[in-house]
Design a protein around this ligand. Structure first.
Ligand code: GCO
Length: 264
């Protein structure tokens, strides 16, 4: 049977693909048949990423390039085209967060988050779109967030960037849908990663962090997500199974956005 989720022969680039969500997505895309490329901003992450993929039995093509540096991204895309092929699937995953009350946050720190989480995806998408148009198809998957929809104390920059990324997703769809490019977002719920580790840290008396209990009670699934929970939805959005799905944000959140929360 023709498998519409099969990615055999497709070239996928996952930004920030050396660890955490990016690594899980890279692994999932490779297992679905894609030729996997990833980048990271430091040599150390690159080496750790290459080793981790090798241990997982995946032949990955790693690159060191900062997503906020347009020149470096352009050079990386040219190298990927030469060494692996035209990028068919771009996953804009690289991101960062700063949890600082808004009135204490410096403009520089606000701008840094916007740069990595919003300008980076713009730069990477801009770099791959021309060749996708020429090839006649392309898939761009932006890793959004609960914070593309919701706010909370301390994450003003992150929420602004992720809300912007949702709209960049819709705009890429609007501008390039006619060129057979599908641009969709994945909105992870609260996923157990290094980035959210401070929110899950055990208290001195061994009890759960209040934010940890809060998320569990806010999530109909009753648990934090695992990075693997994001793989199926990403493979779907990378594959021919989603060829008429465009400008959509697929929230993978265990139901958080559907739920008003438990009555206290
Ligand atoms: C926070 C969290 C979130 C998550 C995630 C939720 O501080 O509230 O870090 O922002 O990282 O993006 O979808």
């Amino acid at each position: 049977m023709n498998n519409m989720f099969d990615l055999t022969g497709k070239v996928a680039l996952v930004t920030g693909g050396a660890h955490s969500i990016g690594f899980a997505l890279g692994l999932g895309l490779a297992k679905a048949g894609a030729k996997l490329c990833f980048n990271c901003s430091s040599r150390g992450s690159y080496e750790r990423g290459m080793k981790a993929y090798e241990e997982a039995g995946v032949e990955a093509h790693g690159y060191v390039a900062d997503v906020t540096d347009e020149k470096a991204v352009k050079e990386m895309i040219a190298k990927i085209e030469e060494e692996v092929g035209v990028v068919d699937i771009l996953v804009n995953n690289a991101g960062c967060i700063a949890r600082v009350p808004m009135t204490d946050m410096s403009v520089e720190d606000f701008e840094k988050v916007i740069k990595v989480d919003l300008v980076g995806p713009f730069i990477c998408a801009k770099a791959v779109i021309p060749a996708m148009i020429e090839k006649g198809h392309g898939k761009i998957i932006n890793i959004c967030s609960m914070m593309s929809e919701l706010g909370r104390e301390t994450v003003s920059a992150y929420a602004s960037a992720k809300g912007g990324l949702k709209m960049l997703t819709k705009n890429i769809c609007s501008e390039f849908g006619g060129a057979n490019i599908q641009c969709n977002g994945i909105g992870p719920g609260y996923i157990a990663t290094q980035q959210t580790a401070p929110l899950r840290e055990r208290q001195a008396d061994g009890s759960r962090h209040p934010f940890d209990s809060f998320i569990i009670s806010k999530t109909p699934a009753g648990r934090w997500g695992e990075t693997e929970d994001l793989v199926g939805p990403t493979v779907f959005l990378a594959s021919d199974a989603s060829n008429f799905v465009n400008g959509h944000i697929l929230y993978v959140d265990g139901g958080i956005l559907a739920y008003i929360g438990k009555q206290p």
